[in-house]
Design a binder for this molecule. Structure first.
Ligand code: M6R
Length: 601
């Protein structure tokens, strides 16, 4: 969490920093700040609240200069105040630091730095003082050396940007367990937490690896290991378009990203066979462990059902945040599938490293080239969802589901558990999805009416079974994270083991009941809810009279193979959450307390 951006070059730094922060704001939006090298000194402006508050201040008092750093904060240590906003400075104000991550031993270091005066409650400020300490010790001449000496003292995770008043046109960067990329331009260079902040300026991206530090000036970037040995690596060329980071006429990124699913799903289908053919899937794999968090974990649940059905391999889906502290389920006969949109989620990465240490090979499913996961996994399936800006995952969820179901089909084919005919009919089903998504989106206006009606005074229970248990979890997560309404996802068959007690006329049950192995079971579960005065909105297959006969409201999705139904069924639920949130005036793209990329545990 937290976004950092840096610029050095021939242009005014401030507009570049503010534009970068706008694109990184989804990583945290408790406060923001910038530092710009101006007339031989460092000028800082910070403001609590959204970036707009900082922009307002800078409009009144712009800072000129051609090098600087910016930060948007997701608070970990210290409240949301101006004093705790980054950048943080050394005692004499000549060194400034922006930080993403956590300095775990900051209290200890703070005590050691006797004589330094601290002005914030943050863990980050200690970094500015530590660098200052070593910089002075080195006679004020070796900024990079001072940074590496400071890093030796720090425990925790960090991506850092540092600027010195005495070294105009120089930025320093460092990373341990938090993402940081360098952008290479012409006569100007950049650093940022992720490439979305840089796409307007350059497509040449050099991700920093674990433990590396970098010097960035207007003529180039140099990467070093901690002993200051030079590292040479070629930058990546990124093909994402800068305009994917704009709303394109939609009121919110989330709405735009929901509508983009027709294209992103088509992109997942095209060329996926070739990508999967290139993946080494051991025929004799004994078990698969899928590791992920949040929405990606829900996609993992769909993957489990598909792999067990089509490839007959037992699958465990581990919540990375739990699994990393348990007894390792990994071993040499286990294939680990790590699912992460960002490829940077701290818990998922910890589980990946645990798997590798136990001899398990890791196949990553991620959306971001150059991400930590993409670099560390043995094999990667890149999703084709493009940049997702809304904090609530939408198009990246359906992309993850597509990849996992197609992976299951390919694995089944290679293991001989899936006939050629069945394999082909699953692929044909995938090819029909983009057209079916178009129909789902065209029918969506009705959802808005229901969302408005139920957005006040109701609780929500989302229920599903088999492939759509994950859809129930995901629908409920969408609702709670952007509307702040109380929503639970539950296995429909589990209702009678407790949650049925919650059902009354103020409970809206969203039943995901497309045609498949458990439709009749779902119908019985819906009836149990109706008998207790619960209201039921059902997601059903077109023309399904059975479900229509028992639900209060029905949203129909086109007929499809059961394993594809989570892709179609989740879209009306994304829209339901979206319209409930907008009816309540919520900040849909940046819901409170959250950040898109969870790089701290
Ligand atoms: O980048 P990841 O896929 O690893 O992120 C995992 C979760 O933080 C993420 O899926 C989160 O639950 C969603 N943004 C919620 O909509």
């Amino acid at each position: 969490m937290c976004g950092i951006v840096g610029y050095v070059g021939g242009r005014e730094a401030l507009p570049v920093l503010l534009d970068g922060l706008k694109r990184l704001e989804y990583r945290g939006y408790d406060s923001s700040g910038v530092v710009v090298l101006n007339g031989g000194g460092l000028k800082v402006e910070r403001a609590p609240g959204k970036l707009a508050a900082l922009e307002l201040r800078l409009k009144a008092r712009p800072i000129a200069g051609r090098a600087g750093l910016g930060h948007t904060r997701w608070a970990t240590h210290g409240g949301v105040t101006e004093g705790n906003a980054h950048p943080h400075r050394s005692c004499d104000g000549t060194i400034a630091v922006v930080h993403n991550g956590i300095v775990e031993n900051y209290a200890e270091l703070r005590k050691e730095l006797r004589g330094h005066s601290f002005t914030s409650d943050t863990d980050t400020e200690v970094v500015a003082h530590l660098v200052e300490h070593f910089y002075r010790k080195q006679g004020g001449k070796h900024p990079l050396r001072a940074l590496t000496l400071a890093l030796e003292k720090i425990r925790g995770s960090f991506a850092l940007g540092v600027i010195f008043a005495d070294h105009p046109d120089l930025l320093l960067a460092a990373r341990v367990n938090c993402p940081l990329v360098l952008g290479i331009g012409k006569g100007e260079n950049f650093l940022a937490s992720d490439l979305s902040a840089l796409l307007r300026h350059t497509r040449r991206i050099l991700p920093l690896e674990e433990g590396e530090v970098a010097k960035i000036d207007r003529d180039g970037v140099q990467v070093f290991d901690r002993r200051l040995g030079k590292i040479r690596r070629r930058p990546l060329r990124i093909s994402w378009k800068a305009d994917t980071a704009a709303k394109g006429g939609y009121a919110h990124f989330m709405l735009k990203e929901i509508h983009e699913q027709q294209q992103t799903i088509a992109a997942e289908v095209q060329g996926r066979d070739r990508a999967l053919d290139g993946v080494r899937l051991p025929r004799d794999v004994e078990r698969i462990v899928i590791v992920a968090c949040g929405t990606a974990w829900h996609a993992g649940l769909v993957g489990k059902t598909a792999i067990e059905e089509l490839a007959r391999v037992p699958v465990e889906v581990g919540l990375a945040s739990e699994l990393r502290y348990g007894d390792s389920p990994f071993g040499p006969g286990t294939l680990t599938v790590a699912v992460s949109q960002s490829g940077e989620t701290a818990d998922t990465m910890a589980a990946v490293r645990m798997a590798q240490a136990a001899g398990s090979s890791v196949l990553a499913v991620t959306n971001v080239r150059g991400s930590t996961l993409a670099r560390e996994a043995e094999q990667v399936l890149f999703m084709r969802a493009g940049l997702e800006v809304g904090v609530a995952a939408t198009k990246t969820y359906t992309s993850q589901v597509m990849n996992l179901v197609l992976l299951a089909a390919h694995l089944g084919r290679r293991r001989g558990t899936l006939s050629a005919g069945r394999f082909q009919s699953i692929l044909d089903g995938a090819r029909r999805l983009p057209g079916q998504v178009e129909r789902v989106l065209a029918a969506a206006p009705g959802i808005r009416k229901w969302a408005k009606k139920f957005s006040r005074g109701y609780d929500f229970m989302y229920i599903g079974r088999r492939y759509n248990l994950a859809t129930a979890y995901e629908g409920a997560l969408k609702m709670k994270e952007i509307s702040y309404l109380h929503a639970e996802g539950y296995g429909a068959g589990e209702m009678k083991h407790g949650p049925l007690a919650l059902v009354d006329e103020k409970m809206v049950c969203v039943a995901i009941a497309p045609r498949g192995r458990v439709t009749e079971k779902m119908v019985s579960n819906i009836q149990e809810i109706r008998a207790r005065k619960g209201r039921v909105i059902a997601i059903a297959t077109e023309g399904d009279a059975l479900v229509r006969g028992v639900a209060d409201h029905v949203f129909e999705i086109p007929a499809c193979d059961e394993m594809w139904s989570p892709v179609l069924a989740v879209i009306p639920l994304q829209l339901f959450a979206y319209h409930a949130a907008t009816a309540l005036g919520r900040d849909v793209d940046q819901p409170r307390n959250l950040a898109k990329s969870v790089t701290v545990e």
